[in-house]
Design a binder for this molecule. Structure first.
Ligand code: GRF
Length: 192
């Protein structure tokens, strides 16, 4: 079985990218070949450096006006693209070039609290404001719409009436770090 290659996209801190790197460290069948970011100040860059994972930075023009990123991923033989806190909508050409080979994690129980503008703290504030009794994570395949691809996995956590958005964010992050690496591994095993 050829070695499988993952590319991770991240725009922010990169704690999920780090958990995925830790999880696959030492594996001979799967490697994280590349970490890509649209943010030169993203915390994920320093984390990638610690794991000796190459980083590619790109800007809006390169991402949306050219097929630089898509063709580079194809040339590198990337098997699975993992979005971990990547803020931009993927161009249709990239989604079409990697059918059922792009996954994302969303910090809520989709289809609720998803879509454009629903990211990071805005999600947890909306969950608390709605008086939800639970929240959680959703891992899904990526299509050309925000947060609408086929759901692969969900896990939930209770939300107490006294919980602040920060508290909900903390509980949700525990679920992300516990499940995302394992689900990525399962998706890769199923790629066949
Ligand atoms: C996570 O909450 C993830 O669900 C969302 O973006 C956040 C990224 O966090 N899509 P980090 O950069 O991995 O710490």
């Amino acid at each position: 079985m050829p070695k499988r290659s993952i590319a991770i996209f991240a725009s922010g801190s990169g704690s999920n990218a780090e958990k995925i790197a830790e999880y696959f460290a030492g594996r001979t069948d799967i490697e994280i070949a590349l970490i890509l970011s649209n943010n030169p100040k993203a915390g994920v860059i320093e984390r990638a450096r610690r794991f000796h994972i190459p980083v590619l930075l790109f800007d809006r023009t390169g991402f949306y006006q050219t097929d630089q990123v898509t063709s580079l991923l194809q040339k590198q033989g990337i098997d699975l693209i993992v979005l971990a806190g990547f803020m931009w909508l993927l161009p249709a050409s990239l989604v079409q070039a990697f059918p059922n080979r792009i996954v994302n994690i969303h910090p809520a129980l989709l289809p609720k609290f998803g879509g454009k503008g629903m990211y990071g703290h805005f999600v947890h504030e909306a969950v608390v404001a709605a008086g939800e009794a639970e929240s959680g994570i959703t891992i899904h395949f990526v299509n050309e719409q925000y947060d609408e691809g086929q759901v692969i996995f969900q896990a939930n956590c209770p939300v107490e009436p006294t919980d602040s958005p920060d508290e909900v964010a903390r509980k949700v992050q525990v679920l992300e770090h516990r499940h995302y690496p394992r689900v990525v591994d399962e998706v890769l095993q199923r790629l066949g």
